[in-house]
Design a protein around this ligand. Structure first.
Ligand SMILES: [Zn+2]
Length: 382
């Protein structure tokens, strides 16, 4: 009897240690960022709001200042860290971009807490590796919501501030349901508030919030635009098929839906706010095994089946949606947005060189544009 209890206890302890080790190493995995030729400064989000300084969500902000007059654009990567192409597209700007007109500010881990955990009981891989000529670069796979280790417990109902709208309780940890944030709120609300402070203080003109969506979600392969970004988004959506070879629709940010970046950043600052969505089959509920390979290739026979049954809002075949395709869509859409912005507002230009576009990312792969931290002198960690 005693022996049986001892064996069961030993088994439990082993599971606890192995599980704990896995959670710990995920939360503390350091992702390298090799500062590219265009990075002129790196500051912290907490520099703009004490209430976030020193916390898990005090993320790095990479500044690429051309030194020439122009507008200021903010790229938000990692609003939802379970959408890896949104972070990696922003990464390619930091490691390769050189602004020649205006200024760019980039966040790679906008909700850093959510990048340290995956969906609880979702059996997601905790990390993935992008292969390069010199080896691999490892990244954390994240979640849609901030980690419960950083924000807990959730309320019965989440009442969004300041609209008073009732949202799903779990979305109190959703960075893209907490805009414009609250100075004395939860860590997720404080992160949004800190970004709003930064946007106002740095006089950001244009914000692009990068995302990926499951194919069963109707808001996909599109630009969601605040009403002040309507002309710009229409222009970009029109240019992309001819200039870049892929389609992205355009839709309006609903006025009555609160907490989202495309609504609140536009309402609570002078910035124009846009949100980009790319397709990610890895997030679909009908997917098969949730593996690292599936995350990178975007190949899934069960999602293809769902497509044949008419359940999807985007097409998919056996070639899937490779992460290079998803990242290339984002880099091209950002570059096209800067070009269209400059055509509409030539007195406040935005221009960036060195960042690969859709066709280049697909041809050379994402790894080609990630540089070796071992041979670089300017390396930071996310
Ligand atoms: Zn998202």
């Amino acid at each position: 009897m005693l022996l049986r209890k001892l064996i069961i206890s030993a088994f439990g302890l082993t599971v606890l240690i192995l599980g704990g080790h896995s959670f710990y190493s995920h939360r503390h995995l350091k992702e390298a960022v090799v500062l590219g030729p265009g990075v002129t400064d790196v500051v912290k989000l907490g520099d703009y709001f004490d209430g976030i300084a020193g916390s898990i969500n005090d993320c790095n902000l990479y500044i690429l200042d051309s030194g020439n007059p122009g507008a200021t654009i903010l790229i938000l990567g990692g609003s939802h860290p379970e959408e890896p192409a949104s972070r990696l597209a922003a990464w390619l700007f930091v490691e390769n971009g050189l602004m020649t007109e205006g200024r760019m500010i980039v966040a790679l881990s906008a909700n850093r807490s959510a990048s340290t955990v995956t969906r609880l009981s979702g059996a997601y891989p905790s990390d993935f590796t992008i292969l390069t000529k010199w080896g691999g670069r490892k990244f954390r796979m994240g979640d849609r919501w901030s980690s419960p280790l950083d924000q807990w417990p959730d309320p019965e109902v989440y009442i969004h501030s300041p609209s008073g709208q009732e949202l799903a309780y779990v979305d109190i940890r959703n960075f893209n349901r907490c805009w414009p944030g609250r100075a004395n709120g939860t860590i997720t609300e404080r992160a949004c508030f800190a970004f709003m402070e930064m946007i106002r203080k740095e006089k950001v003109d244009l914000v692009i919030d990068l995302h990926e969506a499951e194919l069963q979600y109707p808001v996909i392969s599109t630009i969601v635009a605040h009403e002040r970004g309507e002309e710009l988004a229409t222009f970009v959506s029109m240019m992309l098929p001819d200039m870049e070879g892929f389609n992205m629709g355009m839709e309006f940010s609903p006025k009555a839906l609160h907490g989202l970046s495309h609504r609140e950043i536009g309402d609570f600052s002078d910035a124009v706010s846009l949100l980009f969505e790319a397709p990610e089959p890895f997030l679909d509920a009908t997917r098969g095994r949730t593996t690292r390979e599936q995350l990178l290739t975007g190949i899934d026979e069960f999602v293809v089946k769902a497509g044949k049954a008419g359940l999807l809002f985007e097409k998919i075949d056996e070639k899937g949606w490779h992460i290079d395709v998803r990242i290339g869509r984002h880099t091209s859409a950002i570059l096209q947005t800067m070009e269209s912005w400059t055509e509409i507002m030539p007195d406040r230009p935005l221009s960036c060189e060195g960042v690969p576009r859709y066709a280049e990312v697909i041809e050379n792969s994402t790894g080609h544009y990630l540089h070796n931290p071992a041979t670089s002198s300017k390396v930071l960690y996310e």
